[in-house]
Design a protein around this ligand. Sequence first.
Ligand code: ADP
Ligand code: MG
Length: 320
Amino acid sequence: MSSEFDIIRRHFTRPSKSAELGVGDDAAIVRPKNGNSLVVTTDMLVAGNHFVDDADPTALGWKTMAVNLSDLAAMGAEPRWALLALALPEADDQWLAEFAAGFFKAAETYGVELVGGDTTRGPLTLAATLIGEVPQSAALKRSGAEVRDDIWVSGSPGRAALGLAEAQGKVKLDTANGPCCADALLRPQPRIALGVALRDLAHAAIDVSDGLLADLRHILESSGVAADLFDADLPWGGLPIDAHADPLSRQCLLNGGDDYEIVFCASPDRRLEIAGLAERLALPLTRIGRIVDGEVGLIRLLDDDDQEVPFEIKGYDHFR
Ligand code: ADP
Ligand code: MG
């Protein structure tokens, strides 16, 4: 049976590359590049709440890193270092090896170094803290949206929620759509390159962790503005056929969480540059609406005749 220190040494200690001091002392020491600000975030995944007990450990390792990377992406930060706090019901070496493989795969993919953490016994809880860098004053905040800005979203929000619905047996997706929705749920791709590129293009950004409408509303509230969205312009094309008419797909696109796409606001003057960016990143960027002067936080969803389409906002709230 492994001890706490065996677990740390065997599974979570790798040679330090960019930290002055990594795993093994009382704390790590890191140094940002000259003139940069540090951007720090933490997010945890709790068994029974964010994932089922028998979830694939490699996918959990990836996701523990990816959900935090997504917050750095939404700030326009370049990821650098991570801390990993684990509560484990038991020292299961096979489980830990698979979890670590997924975690380090994401870390290597996005250039992050694990520099410390904590390991205790307890109900399975996976908490990472990430540290990234941005040039001073360049970070993307929720509060910068301006009236007349375009509202954009990356990728195909709704896929992760559809993947979850399929895993729960609520829907059967065809072979063309099933795998990409499952992948969106299990192996989200944090939009780091997009976030960095948006530093000079966007006025505000947020990542879609709770749902497209719920997260857009956070931008509106922070910026003191309202939004008009155009129903026909939402990225229905990335979801299974007939998504526009299918109630479950509509629900997943508007309110599904866990996609880790980026919603951002930018001046209409930047449309060409944003189209070029989508091409360069091979990532669809869809213009879905505009920021308007109205009741703060209010979202209107409009059809082709400018009539309001009814909808509900159902962002996830752990205490509701
Ligand atoms: P302390 O008691 O001084 O807090 P610990 O015994 O908790 O130290 O941890 C020893 C070292 O191992 C520290 O550098 C800590 O950051 C690191 N560490 C502990 N758990 C993890 C983990 N899950 N992943 C990475 N590093 C870890
Ligand atoms: Mg100590």
